[in-house]
Structures are given as C-alpha cells and as structure tokens.
Design a protein around this ligand. Structure first.
Ligand code: GLU
Length: 510
C-alpha cells in the first residue's frame, strides 16, 4: 500500500459543522492507524463565500478534539502552501494542460446567454445544463473560429474554462464505503474549472492538490459523491489515473427523527448544538451554540462522533482516542445516514465526566464560582466535584445543582418539609448541634455519623426519621450526594449554623 496521506479540506465559509468534525476525525483515525499523515488544507478559492474567522475556528475545533494535523496551514510541510488562495498559479498550468489536450475549452457566454439557454432547454423538456448536447449551440472555443477566439481572449471580457465531458461513457469508481459506483457521462454537465477571476473552482483545485500532495485516500462527506465522477474524469484527462486516490464517502448525519439532514436549523429546532463550540457570526453577531460551551467534554464528543456512522463490530461503546485509532476501519463505516442522537452524546459525557480526576473537574467549578463572586480553595472544589460527579451530565451542573456547598440554603423544598420535618427530627437535630459543638478535631464523615447514630440510639429515634430533615437543613433539598461526606465538606461550624437556622425557620413556619 502507498504511504497513507489523507486530508481534511474544508472551505472557510462559516463555522465548522459537527459533521465536518466527524469527517476530520475519521481522516485522523485512518491516518494514525496506518502511521500516515493527516493534512489540513484550506479550500478558499471561492472568495465570495469567504468568512473571516472561519479558518481559525476550524483549526481550534481540531485542536479542541485533540486531532491536530501533521501537515497543512500553520503546521507547514513539504507541499506548502496549503491554502488554495495562495496556490493560484499552480492551477492555471493544469487548466492549460486540459485545454491543450482538448479536454477543456474556453466559454465566453454571458449570464444572459446562459439564462436564455436554460430557458430554451427547459421549454424543450431537456436537461437544462451546459453539456455535451448543448455546448455546440453556445459561444465557446468549440464553436467559434480561431480568430474569434483570439479576439474574445484579448478583449478583456470575462471568460471561463469548462471541462468537456464525454457524451456517452460510463464513469466508474470504487468507493471504500459504497463499493462500485457507475455514473453515465450524459448526466454530467461541463463544469467550470477556471472562473473568470482566474481562480479555479473547487473541482479543479481539489483534484490538482490531491495529486500534488500525494493524497492516498479521499475521505469526505456523502454530499461530495456526485462530484466524484467528474474528479475521476479529471484524473484520466490529466494522465494521473495511476495516482488516483481511493475514495470513501461518509454517510450523512441525519436529524434525530431520521427525517432530513442535520443542519443549523435542526439544532435550533431540536435545541441542541451542531457546532463544536460557540460561533459568533461576524455579520449579525448571532451566536450559534457549541458542544464545548454546553458542557460536552472533548473526549466524549470525539467518542460520540466516532460512532456516528462507524461501528466497532461488537457491543463496545467507550473508546479513548488511542483505542479508536486501533479499532477504526473504513470497512465498518455504514452506507446509511447516521441519526444524531443527542441523548447518546449526553450519556457519553456522563461516562467521561465521572471518570475525570476531581482536580480537572474542579477547574470548571472554580471558574463558575469566580464568575459568581465566590472564593473557594481548590481542595474544597475538588471535594465537591468528587461528591457530585456521579450525579451530573455536564460540569456546570455542579454549580447549578449544588451551590449549597458554598451558600446556606435560602429556601427549603416545600414538599419534603411537609413530609419530613417533624418535631421529633427537629429536636434531635438541635441536640446534635450541641454534641457537635462540644466535640473537637476536624469533622469527618465517620465522626459525624458515629455521633449522630449514638444520639439517635439514646433517644430511640430511627435514622430514617432524622436524615431527610438533616439534609433539608443543610442543603434545602430532598436529595443529593452522601450526607455525611457533605457535612465533612461543609465543616462543623457551617453544619451547626445551618441546622440552627433551619430549626428556627421551619419550626416557626410549620
Ligand atoms: N472543500 C470541500 C468542503 O468544503 C472539500 C470536499 C472534499 O473533501 O473533497 O468540504
């Protein structure tokens, strides 16, 4: 097998969609599995669609996912530059080669003439496109005399270079996901290869660069499958069939209900992010929400995306990036569209979150705390995270659901109060504060429990009668992590004052 060289080749026309991240990921996994090279090429020849900040966004997305390119813009490499707008001259040479070989031609038609042609063909019930059947009635270097052609070229009037597609030929390609694909040339149109501004279109630039950069496999989204026959044709026309990469077209990402392609609008409609991180539109300032800000961890996002369209052949679901590199294979990429199941993404997040070291999770909590003007030692934040991480899906939920670790409750869960706040419990809790007050040393979960148990035995009150009331007093809530450990984190003074406050408040109001 030739050395594996794959590329992720996005156009910087906006934020990178999560489907694009999956394409990048599959390229990365494939490259690493074969000890090959993962390249980032920026396809920015369509200047009209260029969006400032989009390239930076793409690069940051790859870095957030932990899949940095080995070669490409920024990383550099033997085949630089990797930004197509910086390679303009390269393409002109190959357009000329196609013209000289009779595989392409100049077209001088104005947009009015093109519209006229489309209307005419439509009225005749024909395929309304510039192709083998219509090109001879148009203004191009196939229909004009040599003198006229020269005149047009020298006049300064805009012109394009079009590919000359064969009239009646089967174009075949073998796709590593879809198998043999055959397309009849009559369905293809004479696509523009070089535009009037002298820049190539996607098709020419893409094929030329894949060839020059020695790309071995083209792994990209299914939306590019219709372009593949033209690309195959160009490899033939340019005499590069020996060096043609193998193609693998990845299944589309579908909406959760299986209806339609996952898009920005589906994100708005179903209420989940479809971008790796927040994107602020430079024109409207509108923010499109991202996975990162929603609290998804990069490892969980990567694991989730890997399984959207690929399956490992067994029941395993949790894969680190290294494990994915080992397990991945294009042979187990499915043809059918992959349903975007956000519940599954949440499940992955939970799995990764609970395995995260407390210290790493504490970074998130410390940030939320400082945003809310609360100071905390890293040690306390770690303890809180250790207690909460099994109970949340996203890091920010630790602050939103367990702020009682930092602020005494202002309110108490009313339903629980009605059910569980009884004079017996309240008396016992008050007695408990007296015991706590007298004891010395650090309040540990064990000592807190021992003292409470002893007290309740003496009073002949069951633990079940007092624990819910104690939780209410300390947290205001009916549920939460281990209560004795919660007391340890709160510390003796806080525990005592919270019980007193609750007794005062709830006895009076009950
Ligand atoms: N520039 C194309 C895109 O934006 C690349 C398609 C391909 O990988 O060939 O996705």
């Amino acid at each position: 097998m030739r050395p594996v060289r794959v590329r992720f080749a996005p156009s910087p026309t906006g934020p990178l969609h999560i489907g694009g991240v999956r394409t990048a990921l599959y390229n990365y996994l494939f490259a690493k599995q074969y000890e090959g090279t993962f390249i980032l090429r920026i396809e920015d020849t369509d200047q009209t669609r260029f969006v400032p900040g989009a390239e930076e966004y793409i690069r940051e997305a790859l870095s957030w996912c932990g899949i940095p390119p080995d070669e490409g813009v920024v990383a550099g490499g033997e085949y630089a530059p990797y930004r197509q707008s910086e390679r303009k001259e390269v393409y002109q040479k190959y357009a000329q080669q196609l013209l000289d070989g009779g595989f392409a031609y100049y077209a001088f038609d104005t947009s009015e003439e093109l519209n006229e042609m489309r209307e005419r063909l439509q009225a005749e019930g024909k395929n309304a496109q510039y192709d083998a059947t219509s090109r001879m009635s148009m203004k191009n270097s196939l229909t004009l005399s040599e003198g006229e052609i020269k005149e047009h070229l020298n006049s300064g009037a805009p012109y394009v270079v079009r590919v000359k597609t064969p009239e009646d030929e089967d174009i075949r390609l073998n796709d590593l996901v879809r198998g043999d694909v055959t397309v009849h040339s009559s369905t293809l149109d004479d696509k523009v290869l070089l535009k009037s501004d002298g820049l190539p279109t996607y098709h020419l630039a893409n094929v030329v660069d894949d060839y020059l950069m020695k790309i071995s496999h083209v792994i990209r989204g299914e939306e590019w499958l219709p372009s593949a026959p033209l690309h195959v044709l160009l490899y033939h026309y340019l005499g590069w069939e020996e060096k043609m990469p193998q193609f693998a077209h990845l299944p589309l990402l579908m909406n959760p209900d299986g209806k339609g392609k996952l898009s920005k609008r589906s994100g708005d409609r179903f209420g989940f992010p479809v971008y790796p991180f927040d994107w602020k539109s430079p024109e409207s300032d509108e923010v499109s929400p991202g996975f990162r800000e929603a609290g998804y961890l990069p490892e969980a996002t990567v694991n989730f995306l890997a399984l959207l369209g690929w399956h490992p052949g067994n029941e395993e679901e949790l894969f680190s990036l290294e494990e994915l590199v080992q397990a991945f294979g294009l042979d187990r990429v499915s043809k059918a569209g992959a349903k975007f199941d956000i519940e599954k993404a949440k499940w992955f997040n939970q799995q990764y979150l609970k395995e995260m070291p407390d210290s790493a999770l504490a970074e998130y909590l410390l940030k939320d705390l400082s945003e809310n003007g609360i100071e905390s030692s890293p040690e306390k934040a770690e303890q809180v995270c250790g207690l909460m991480k099994e109970r949340v899906t996203f890091p920010q939920e630790i602050w939103s659901t367990a702020r009682y670790f930092y602020q005494p409750p202002e309110q108490y869960d009313e339903k629980m109060v009605r059910k569980k706040w009884k004079p017996e419990a309240s008396d016992a809790l008050l007695a408990y504060t007296k015991i706590l007050e007298k004891s010395d040393g650090r309040l540990s979960a064990e000592s807190a429990k021992e003292q409470l148990q002893k007290l309740l035995e003496d009073r002949q009150v069951g633990l079940g009668k007092v624990m819910p009331a104690l939780r209410l007093a300390l947290t205001g809530q009916g549920g939460g992590p281990d209560l004795m450990s919660t007391m340890e984190v709160l510390g003796r003074n806080d525990v005592i004052s919270r019980i007193r406050k609750a007794v005062d408040h709830l006895d009076r109001n009950n």
